[in-house]
Design a protein. Structure first.
Length: 347
């Protein structure tokens, strides 16, 4: 099976399994798990922040940050296709009592002018804006990375109006690899940043939320409030340490394969994709209208019959994601299978 649905489908490496089996553990709710503490210290260092906290999921990390930076009845600015807005189950409204203010963009990158235009004025009859959320890489824009200059400009606009800035950096190490920089430089303009161990870094579970020490201290209370207090969780943190040590430098291989996949798909009938916009490991592409109403579902089903999994996001849009378990042969097999299926959709 060639699984291109996500980079979350990977299995722990042998080194991760060994580290998990021998991990030193304690009760993390009491702050007594030494492996978790090492992971949090390493994560804070790599992100250039004072402190970090281990959470089970990226969604929880994002939502803890939103809870810390906002107050009920306020608004959060984010890009219209952002993961927080589209795939986190309305959690900001449920857990923090805040509303999203989505900004539609042409390319996935908000401008300072767009952000400034949607910040509510300080009047009694408008919902106050308290937070700007950014995403790097941007999942639904084919894993688009955002450079430090753009991040800094957006953050400066937000702060000039009293807003905090949170970065959904689920794949920030992919962004850093694509841009030839460090994750710390990309996160520097933001108050808090979340990144996932369980995506391109191939750990079985876990994310980190990093930021100022006092804020991360409060995040421990909010994590518990949200049901995220964990006990002898060093068995999972151990895999995260291996991920940070061994899986970051190989991300460029995933990016190369995603670009090759995009280039091959662009040559097939019905496919609309610009390979030059595939910078990292995520490929989102569209299919042109066809005789049948949902060509994306037909392509996904046809690939599935041939042992290749991907996701149809809509009638005409699909996503494929490369990762450590996808090699060059898998890319060629995917292109061959797509050629067969698409020939039936676009004869």
């Amino acid at each position: 099976m060639i699984d291109l649905r996500s980079d979350t489908v990977t299995h722990p490496t042998p080194a991760m399994r060994q580290a998990m089996a021998t991990a030193e553990v304690g009760d993390d709710v009491y702050g007594e798990d030494p492996t978790v503490r090492r992971l949090e210290e390493r994560a804070a260092e790599k992100l250039g922040k004072q402190a970090a906290i281990f959470v089970p999921t990226g969604t929880m990390g994002n939502q803890v940050a939103i809870h810390l930076h906002t107050r009920p009845g306020s608004e959060v600015i984010l890009e219209a296709r952002a993961h927080i807005f589209n795939f986190e189950m309305g959690a900001m409204a449920v857990w923090s009592g805040v509303l999203p203010r989505p900004v539609v963009t042409a390319d996935g990158l908000m401008t300072p002018e767009q952000v400034a235009a949607v910040i509510s004025p300080p009047v009694s009859y408008r919902t106050p804006t308290t937070l700007l959320c950014l995403e790097n890489t941007h999942n639904m824009w084919s894993g688009l990375p955002m450079d430090a200059a753009r991040t800094a400009a957006l953050a400066a606009t937000a702060r000039s109006r009293g807003l905090a800035v949170h970065l959904d950096g689920a794949r920030i190490f992919n962004a850093a690899a694509a841009l030839g920089t460090s994750a710390a430089s990309l996160a520097a303009p933001c108050d808090t940043v979340m990144f996932c161990l369980s995506k391109g870094l191939a750990a079985p579970i876990g994310s980190l939320l990093a930021g100022p020490a006092d804020l991360i201290g409060e995040a421990r209370r909010v994590r518990k409030l949200f049901g995220g207090g964990m006990r002898q969780v060093g068995v999972l943190a151990a895999a995260g340490l291996v991920a940070l040590d061994e899986m970051v430098d190989r991300l460029a291989d995933d990016h190369r394969r995603a670009r090759h996949l995009a280039t091959g798909l662009a040559e097939l009938p019905g496919v609309e994709v610009d390979p030059t916009r595939v910078w990292t490991n995520i490929l989102v592409f569209r299919l042109r209208p066809a005789a049948e109403p949902a060509p994306a579902a037909r392509l996904a089903a046809g690939l599935g019959e041939r042992g290749i999994l991907c996701i149809a996001f809509s009638d005409h849009e699909l996503r494929m994601v490369t990762h450590v378990e996808i090699d060059d042969l898998a890319i060629e097999a995917t292109l061959a299978a797509a050629r067969e299926v698409l020939a039936g959709i676009y004869p």
